[in-house]
Design a protein around this ligand. Structure first.
Ligand code: COA
Length: 152
């Protein structure tokens, strides 16, 4: 795992537009390159965003992003490229990225994940990485929230 760099622009663009990644995104519209460029430039320079690239043998296979909020909490999102799903990389990436986040943002105590209720693979990966039980969101019954409380 490493921090994202400007060279990751196209990897993240292609990952974001993968069919299953869009299917499990809350905004399911494909993203055009210009919109992505603006989003990426903003995120990569934002001190409240931590954007990591998941690697396997030096090759980018996924991303983990944390958006840090004002209340000692952060929101995590993760995507693994289609060819590498279901092999344990997602679970490992969540665990590893939490360690890295807590070093760079020691103020963060709680990490929240918001997931479609039907996305069982994602909920399973977060459960295995130590997140608490999934709670259905009252305003969006098709979605759940899972939380990780930092122990020390
Ligand atoms: C969700 C995601 C990040 C999980 O990463 P992953 O590397 O595929 O997950 P893992 O290999 O660590 O597997 C985690 C668990 O989910 C299970 N799983 C994997 N794919 C599954 C699927 N399609 N359906 C049901 N369970 C699945 C695995 O079997 C494993 O559970 P087990 O150990 O009890 O068998 C990845 O699948 C992904 O990027 N999916 C598309 C985008 C997405 O959903 N992002 C998250 C939005 S909240």
């Amino acid at each position: 795992m490493r921090k994202a760099t400007p060279e990751d622009l196209m990897f993240l663009f292609n990952l974001k537009n993968e069919k299953v990644v869009l299917q499990w995104s809350f905004d399911q519209n494909p993203v055009d390159l210009e919109t992505h460029k603006k989003w990426f430039a903003k995120k990569i320079s934002d001190p409240l965003t931590a954007l990591y690239i998941v690697e396997n043998d030096g090759q980018a296979i996924g991303q983990v992003r944390f958006d840090v909020g004002p209340d000692n909490s952060a929101v995590i999102s993760i995507d693994i490229s289609s060819a590498y799903r279901g092999k344990g990389y997602g679970t490992e990436a969540i665990k590893e990225s939490l360690d890295v986040l807590f070093q760079s943002h020691p103020e963060v105590k709680t990490v929240n994940s918001f997931i479609f209720l039907a996305n069982t693979a994602s909920q399973r990966a977060f459960t295995k990485a130590g997140f608490g039980r999934a709670v259905v969101l009252p305003d969006h019954p098709d979605r759940v929230q899972m939380a990780y409380e930092r122990s020390s």
